[in-house]
Design a protein around this ligand. Structure first.
Ligand code: HEM
Ligand SMILES: *[C@@H]1O[C@H](CO)[C@@H](O)[C@H](O)[C@H]1NC(C)=O
Length: 313
């Protein structure tokens, strides 16, 4: 009797483990919020301190940093590929494609974060995880939601310029934006929630719906959210409802002929309920951060976010 029950217990445990493994394989995240608890317990504080310092002289830094995480994750997964500089012929940087050139910024702050982390815990925290942590801290510092950042990504050793050229464009129609998000299992709710990051930061007038009609130069900067430019809140959706979004790719979530049956109801929901937006934004950021991470022994922990290791630097 005792032998039989301990055997069935063993079977039960084995079945349970198999189930957990199956879940991990079927889209469960291999990342963990406690990944650096033993190896670099100060990681979060170090990243936060460097960003706090940087935003004193450059208030736009939080917005710029979260955008880097997005442009990293949408190309080759969240592997820090965006941070690599040109090192031809092996490495052709993603920083020169249209979505990034004279636009993606904050790289020196990432360097400062990496240097501070190499000082605190050498060789431990990946550049890909720095971007994920920086994204959450940036939102929190601007008054937005907090979430528990999943960690354990490793850094890639290649770039993908072709894929970077395919990053979402401000002039993409809604169906194209939906397709580009669906490629990463991000649905309409994720698309609407994540575009809510345009609640802070700047845009060059050449990308806005007004396209510099006041006679500014193409690179003249305007606020993405003209209501509360530096706050992470749901006013972005209020702007959309009033037809006052900056980017064509923002406004299409309401104005596209197909939007009424897809994105528009979500825009209205978030415009009317900031908590609803915050909850969904946090969930979508975790989903985006889970795009094809390198884990285990794949990739490496870069010493310098701009270069792969072992190149004699
Ligand atoms: C739907 C696809 C998206 C398109 C087409 C798009 C497009 C753009 C464009 C054109 C700019 C202005 C760049 C410039 O003028 O130099 C911008 C800025 C920005 N984007 Fe997006 N974006 C998208 C999604 C996202 C997502 C998913 C996030 C983050 C979760 C994000 C966060 C930001 C932030 C914070 C800025 C301001 C950056 C700064 O001030 O440095 N965007 N985006
Ligand atoms: C914005 O205006 C410039 C100058 O008139 C023009 O060359 C460009 O094509 C316009 N951009 C868009 C997206 O219409």
């Amino acid at each position: 009797m005792a032998a039989a029950s301990s055997r069935s217990l063993a079977l039960l445990l084995a079945a349970h483990c198999a189930l957990l493994l199956a879940l991990a394989g079927a889209g469960g995240s291999p990342l963990s919020s406690t990944f650096y608890d033993a190896s670099c317990p100060s990681a979060h504080d170090v990243v936060r301190r460097v960003i706090q310092n940087a935003r004193v002289s450059d208030p736009r830094i939080p917005a710029s940093l979260i955008r880097l995480h997005f442009h990293d994750c949408f190309v080759n997964g969240c592997d820090g590929s965006l941070l690599l500089d040109d090192d031809l012929p092996a490495i052709q940087t993603e920083k020169s494609v249209p979505a990034n050139a004279k636009s993606a910024r904050g790289f020196p702050v990432v360097d400062d974060i990496k240097a501070a982390l190499e000082n605190a815990c050498p060789g431990v925290v990946s550049c890909a995880d720095i971007l994920a942590l920086a994204a959450e801290i940036s939102v929190e510092l601007a008054g937005g939601p907090r979430w528990s950042v999943l960690l354990g990504r490793r850094d890639g050793t290649t770039t993908n310029v072709q894929s970077a050229k395919n990053l979402p464009s401000p002039f993409d129609p809604l169906t194209k934006l939906q397709e580009k998000f669906r490629n990463f299992n991000l649905d309409d709710t994720d698309l609407v929630a994540l575009q809510g990051a345009h609640t802070f930061g700047k845009v060059q007038c050449q990308f806005t719906r007004e396209n510099c009609t006041a006679g500014q130069t193409a690179g003249a900067l305007e606020n993405l959210d003209q209501t509360t430019p530096n706050l992470f809140d749901n006013k972005y959706y209020g702007n959309l409802v009033q037809g006052r979004a900056q980017l064509p790719s923002d406004q299409v979530m309401l104005s596209d002929p197909t939007a009424a049956a897809s994105t528009a109801p979500i825009v209205h929901r978030f415009a009317g309920n900031q908590q609803d937006f915050f909850r969904n934004f946090a969930a979508s950021m975790i989903k985006m951060g889970n795009i094809s991470p390198l884990t285990g022994n794949d990739g490496e922990i870069r010493k310098n976010c701009r270069r792969v290791n072992g190149k004699g630097y």
